[in-house]
Ligand binder design. Sequence first.
Ligand SMILES: C[S@@+](CC[C@H](N)C(=O)[O-])C[C@H]1O[C@@H](n2cnc3c(N)ncnc32)[C@H](O)[C@@H]1O
Length: 258
Amino acid sequence: MDTGDQKPKISETKDGSTTLYSPLFDQHYHNPNGAVAESKIVFFETPGLLKELQSRNHLAIFEMGFGTGLNFILLKHYLEELQNPPTVDFYSVEAYPVDPDTAAQFDFGEELNRHKPGEILKSIFTEVNPGANSFSISESLTLNLFIGTFEEYPKPDQPIHFFFQDPFSPDVNAELWTPEVFQSLKSYADSSATLSTYCAASSARAAMAVAGWKIARAPGALGKREMTLASLNEKNLGSYKRVNEHRLIERYQKGDFD
Ligand SMILES: C[S@@+](CC[C@H](N)C(=O)[O-])C[C@H]1O[C@@H](n2cnc3c(N)ncnc32)[C@H](O)[C@@H]1O
């Protein structure tokens, strides 16, 4: 996990918020058209998490790739806007944690900067050790951050309601888009669970379908045509247009995505 001079570098996105560029994966951590705006749409609005935060007493969320911690800070922000927030256990895994001094420089825009994300993330990245780490962030929010690869990740200790599938894209981070990975996520899931991702690649959808997820396409964020939603129960996919899982499974078995 030594990234040497492959250390991620800060870059600004079009909504003014910062993201990182990873020389190791040759990819930005977020959409260059707006890091915060994309996270809101892909992980909070489209899968219905924003609504569920208002009505549930408790939620468990799993994120693949903690990265800059932006999704986590956004969650903290939404919880603090509620009068009676649910308790949320946020589980995340990160193989290449950002160095604390880089984290201190994050700018997530005016709305989120009120929460001093640089300070919070700097202290998280200073304190983490390899393996499991737990931080009680507020009365309603706990962060369970595993430092290591997903391959080493132990199953969360409670069923997950929302999955943020947020690795780099399948062409550079293929090991996190396999049927085996989606099978593991399925084994973590509550029966009501929804998985969302910015990715609309057929190969990624096929891997989900082979693992038994039901899939829908939704309008993509900020100039992207589509994103993907998945659930074990098709009722959770609402009115979003369904993808033909049988066809994708056939294509996967024929080797179309090898
Ligand atoms: C697109 S970034 C995640 C962005 C993040 N969710 C955020 O809010 O900033 C993908 C992350 O996945 C991590 N990653 C890549 N391969 C991994 C693996 N096998 N296990 C765990 N983390 C991995 C990368 O280091 C990177 O931080």
